[in-house]
Write a protein that binds this ligand. Structure first.
Ligand SMILES: *[C@@H]1O[C@H](CO)[C@@H](O)[C@H](O)[C@H]1NC(C)=O
Ligand SMILES: *[C@@H]1O[C@H](CO)[C@@H](O)[C@H](O)[C@H]1NC(C)=O
Length: 401
């Protein structure tokens, strides 16, 4: 090839590239892109201080009165609630020892990151997060998957008897780190729900390994809510206005360490989601010392303003690839050997006064939507000596119908 020809080719190439670049520069961002940019503006408030974490997140300290929740049209007259109207349970309730879970070692988030007074730590949202969450919210609805040709996730759960009224749930869950692919996720969670499936009001809360949401394989605190069967309202974590955060440090997306070690030791943490008997807001309470993280204001909900009709305890595992679901729990099937499978113990419900109560073991229902070759669960009933009401669950996943 002679030099002139090569030059010519290069020039032509550059001209084409130039036009490309120009075209892009002057092209209007399409509607969807604008919408995402607008959402980012709403979600990422000007921080008073920021931290960069080792896992690549940016944590912004946001004025507690200017957090994204208050952009929600239903919260324009909402008066922020700085603490719940129930007693810390550590004061009133010493009846469920949760031995064998080494809770005091569990760490949420990172050392030396604490926002200044009157601010709350919120994980900064990237455009990629919104794109992923859009996909997720269109595919991962509660029970119905009518809009996609296959079921992208599976669940196992125990449910106290139906036909009752609940005001929240509590458990101590072991922290696990299941192996998931880049387009997969796996959770251990409590569901609190009310309403018909198409309009279901739901709060889901627990830990998740979820690279699509978080960009890595860490076990992290996660939540999801909706007030209309996942159609137009709600989101994961704080990816839309709704959840009001109170805590200056712990936040959705916070990394939970360490994970339990198979056959050696269980690590875990206690948490609850419970309705405030006076305000009607649904609080997220975390850890052995009952830290108030924040709440979902009752204004967000339609069918869950006064109570829940369903409480579930269990896990979800799924992904984008047809019939390929990842590990759930620690990847092992349910066993009574506490260090060998994921478990939830000390399960409780709340009554209308906000008091923790046991539920009837004999009326518990076990549900799962795939074969026991993929995942299973064992409900152990009430163990008065050690664990209270306990369920173990999990499995390797794989090609799961
Ligand atoms: C997460 O784990 C999966 C499976 O081991 C691996 O393919 C992937 O690269 C990991 N992702 C990250 C961000 O480390
Ligand atoms: C429980 O919630 C449902 C749905 O919002 C409502 O119809 C019912 O009256 C509530 N019951 C009590 C006792 O608050």
């Amino acid at each position: 090839m002679n030099v002139t020809l090569l030059l010519t080719i290069m020039v032509v190439f550059c001209v084409i590239l130039g036009i490309e670049a120009q075209g892009r520069k002057y092209a209007l961002p399409d509607e969807e892109d604008m919408e995402l940019e607008n959402q980012l503006k709403v979600l990422n408030k000007p921080p008073i201080k920021s931290f960069q974490t080792k896992s690549g997140d940016i944590l912004d300290c946001i004025d507690i009165y200017k957090q994204p929740a208050f952009d929600h049209p239903l919260l324009q007259n909402h008066k922020i609630q700085m603490k719940p109207n129930f007693k810390r349970e550590v004061e009133i309730n010493a009846d469920t020892p949760v031995d064998h879970v080494v809770e005091f070692k569990t760490k949420f988030g990172l050392p030396n990151i604490r926002c200044p007074p009157s601010t709350v730590a919120i994980r900064r949202t990237k455009k990629k997060d919104l794109v992923n969450t859009k996909y997720l919210s269109s595919s991962f609805t509660t029970y119905s998957t009518t809009n996609i040709p296959y079921k992208p996730y599976h669940f196992v759960s125990v449910e106290p008897s139906a036909g009752q009224i609940y005001y929240g749930g509590k458990t101590t869950v072991t922290t696990e780190n299941p192996i998931v692919g880049p387009d997969q996720f796996s959770t251990a969670q409590i569901w609190v729900q009310n309403g018909p499936v198409e309009e279901i009001n739901s709060i889901e809360l627990g830990w998740a390994v979820h690279p699509m949401l978080f960009g890595d394989n860490n076990t992290r605190l996660f939540s999801r809510w909706t007030a209309d069967g996942f159609k137009n309202t709600g989101c994961y974590n704080m990816l839309c206005p709704g959840f009001v955060q109170i805590h200056p440090e712990y936040h959705f997306g916070t990394t939970i360490t360490p994970a339990s070690i198979y056959g050696v030791v269980s690590y875990g943490f206690t948490y609850s989601v419970r309705r405030d008997p006076q305000s009607g807001n649904w609080w997220f309470i975390l850890g052995g010392s009952d830290e108030s993280i924040g709440y979902w204001p009752k204004e967000l909900f339609t069918h869950m303003r006064s109570n829940a009709s369903v409480i579930r305890y269990g896990g979800i595992a799924g992904g984008k690839i047809k019939n390929q679901t990842p590990q759930m729990g620690n990847g092992h099937f349910a066993t009574w050997e506490t260090t060998k499978s994921c478990n939830m113990r000390g399960m409780k419900i709340y009554n209308y006064k906000g008091e923790p109560k046991l539920f009837l073991a004999s009326r518990v229902k076990l549900r799962q939507d795939t074969t026991t070759k993929c995942y299973d669960q064992k409900f152990w009933g009430w163990d008065p000596d050690q664990f209270g009401l306990t369920v173990s669950f999990g499995g390797p996943g794989g090609n799961c119908p």
